[in-house]
Design a protein around this ligand. Sequence first.
Ligand code: ZN
Length: 103
Amino acid sequence: MVASRSARERKAAVEAGPLATAKIDLDAQQQFSYKVACTVCRNTASRGTRPRAWSTYRPGGDNGYMAAMDRWIFHLVEKHPGVEAPCLAYLEAAQQRLHERRE
Ligand SMILES: [Zn+2]
């Protein structure tokens, strides 16, 4: 359990790219909960130039991973255009899922 959790954490960090920090907690049901945070927005928040740091927290194992990564992809595209990250390969799929959720 512990090894697979840290392996998942590393995978999430790699996919999220250099701007993100990825963390996994276990929730009350012993499911993985994913937290993805933006290091750039955190730094600017601590300097007081931006009111809020950005992070997303999504419980629910693999669904949570996907939901957290989708939100992170949208954050990257909106706030940090031009930044490379492996997860941007899933931008189209993320937009498709967003569209499906809205219907
Ligand atoms: Zn950011």
